[in-house]
Design a binder for this molecule. Structure first.
Ligand SMILES: [Zn+2]
Length: 220
């Protein structure tokens, strides 16, 4: 059910959308059992929520879950960059793939194609994981990228592209010039900038306890 996963990843299906089994069965022309299995698999990686007796919904991460996802990304992506740069400067072929990807990101950004921009900005991180050559970490990062896309969709304050292409470019240039530590610093900064667009204030309102309980509460 790659198409459901893709539609969630590029936010054509936003957080909280009800995923009616019957309708999906009609759309995809497959059995209800297959749809159910696909939804269960998506629930396994945290992008679908199965509510007892109510059905399946696109997951809606809480602020806390979103923070955890970004923390996990910082740990995993730092490790991947370490691995990628351990044996010296990147080979020309790897740099060529990264630069070709940057060109696609910029083109999507210039064309104002939001779905493509979202997909390509996640793919940049997955390309680095692929180049680092640890399939287990790459698969884990794939899940984390899907979860962070949902977190941004559910919680962002300022709608923007997930990742600014010029920030990716700076990371690639640091890698190209053999500045491994700088590339890692830029990546951590970059993930922080994406996370900063989430709205903790909107999700956790600033409650004035005096307004709730009144001054009298002080006496008790
Ligand atoms: Zn990025």
């Amino acid at each position: 059910m790659q198409s459901i996963a893709d539609a969630i990843a590029d936010r054509r299906l936003p957080p909280g959308t009800k995923l009616t089994e019957e309708r999906l069965t009609q759309i995809f022309g497959v059995s209800r059992a297959r749809i159910r299995a696909a939804l269960a698999a998506l629930a396994q990686i945290g992008v679908v929520e199965l509510r007892p007796n109510r059905g399946a919904y696109v997951a809606r991460p809480s602020v806390r879950e979103a923070r955890e996802v970004f923390e996990a990304r910082r740990i995993v992506e730092r490790g991947l960059l370490d691995r990628l740069t351990r044996s010296g400067p990147l080979p020309a072929e790897a740099l060529a793939r990264l630069r070709a990807h940057l060109a696609l990101e910029k083109a999507a950004e210039a064309a104002g194609n939001r779905a493509a921009s979202i997909r390509l900005s996640g793919d940049f991180h997955l390309l680095l994981a692929d180049l680092a050559g640890n399939g287990t970490l790459a698969a884990f990062l794939d899940t984390l990228v899907r979860q962070s896309s949902l977190a941004i969709a559910a919680l962002e304050v300022r709608p923007a592209t997930d990742c600014a292409a010029h920030e990716h470019e700076a990371i690639v240039e640091a890698l190209a010039t053999g500045h491994a530590d700088r590339a890692t610093d830029l990546m951590i900064e970059h993930l922080g900038a994406v996370e900063d667009r989430l709205a903790p204030d909107a999700a956790v309102p600033d409650v004035d306890l005096f307004a709730v309980f009144g001054r009298a509460g002080l006496a008790g």
